[in-house]
Design a protein around this ligand. Structure first.
Ligand code: AVJ
Length: 335
């Protein structure tokens, strides 16, 4: 097996040739991340076809309250939201960053379509697997909806969309995806968003709020082991795409939540001293018994942190929507 550009040709025998396209950013992450101390691999790469499937199962896990909380909020607030998005029934472009499977967005699409709102839907995702499925599903359910999917980087997509239409842009960044940023990255992200939007444009972000630490910890340490499988799938992806030999049974999942920093952190833990070959990178990786790979930060916010985030990036807080338990908030920022 050899890498040609970003393609790996896997000759099983002389007659069968399969070709797997590998994201060059993933190659880079594995090469550099496994050489760091402590080792790390970014959660950005969780979402291959299998990872997206496991994440869907996580969203239905009893401990993972985030999706249900946000679904509740959007369901309760959909009329109010449409009123804010298009106060006089004017047209708007609904841009969704990191659309995933769009479960919650479909709730909005359904309602907006029922209300005959004049809008286009532009889902943006770096995962082609997730985007293709979403687009097929939306086309089938709402054949007349104006659909503008982008398999692209968030900012590249926003800039392109800006050139195509002068309608108000309403950017959705749901599901607490914002929690995956480091604190300074989040401020930077919103500043960049601000620069690419026009006055009057809106951003609706889903923030998971700080609450009893045990509730948060359980959400990332579910009893069915879905979060564990989600983490381990990253090693399976490396095995498949980079011809490595990670023994998945030799790694465990470990989760911490610190109520002082608001960070839930996921780790993979090597259960023995072991050596792993990543053949496509010509790389040998050594693990001590108990050594970790850090894979994800899922940050939880306070109201004042969210207000500060808006302020620091130039936005004003135009709406605050929360569920009855006060677990989660969808917050509207106005440019
Ligand atoms: C999709 C990034 C919001 O951090 O809660 C779920 C991903 N990780 N369980 C999160 C995730 C472990 C999720 N986000």
């Amino acid at each position: 097996m050899a890498i040609h550009g970003n393609t790996i040709d896997d000759s099983i025998d002389n007659t069968v040739l399969t070709s797997v396209t590998v994201d060059p950013a993933f190659v880079d992450e594995v090469r550099t991340g496994l050489q760091k101390t402590p080792k790390r691999l970014s959660s950005r790469f969780f979402y291959d076809a299998e990872g997206s499937r496991i994440f869907q199962a996580i969203m239905h896990a009893p401990e993972y309250y985030l999706t249900r909380s946000e679904y509740d909020i959007l369901d309760t607030s959909k009329a109010d939201l449409l009123q804010r998005f298009a106060p006089a029934g004017e047209d708007f472009e609904l841009v969704e960053l990191g659309a995933g499977d769009g479960l919650k967005t479909k709730l909005l699409l359904r309602y907006f379509a029922e209300q005959a709102a004049d809008f286009a839907y532009a889902p943006v995702d770096i995962s082609a697997d997730a985007l293709d499925e979403l687009v097929a599903d939306v086309r089938q359910q709402w054949p007349h909806l104006r659909l503008n999917p982008r398999h692209d980087d968030y900012f590249a997509a926003l800039e392109q969309l800006a050139q195509e239409s002068s309608a108000r842009r309403v950017v959705l960044f749901l599901g607490s995806n914002v929690g995956n940023f480091a604190p300074d990255e989040a401020a930077d992200f919103y500043r960049q968003l601000y620069d690419r939007l026009r006055p009057g444009d809106l951003v609706l972000t889903g923030f998971d709020l700080q609450k009893h630490p045990a509730i948060i910890h359980a959400a990332y340490n579910d009893r069915q082991g879905l979060t564990k499988a989600f983490n381990l799938n990253l090693l399976r992806r490396i095995n498949r795409e980079l011809d490595a030999d990670f023994d998945l049974a030799a790694f465990d999942h470990y989760e911490t939540y610190s109520p002082e920093t608001g960070e839930a952190r996921s780790y993979l833990v090597s259960q023995t001293a072991q050596m792993v070959q990543v053949r496509a990178l010509n790389m040998t990786v050594l693990f001590q018994s108990g050594e970790i790979i850090h894979t994800e930060i899922s940050r939880k916010f306070t109201r004042s942190q969210i207000e500060q985030l808006a302020q620091r990036s130039g936005f004003s807080v135009a709406g605050w929507f929360t569920d009855t338990k006060g677990y989660f908030a969808d917050v509207l920022f106005a440019r």
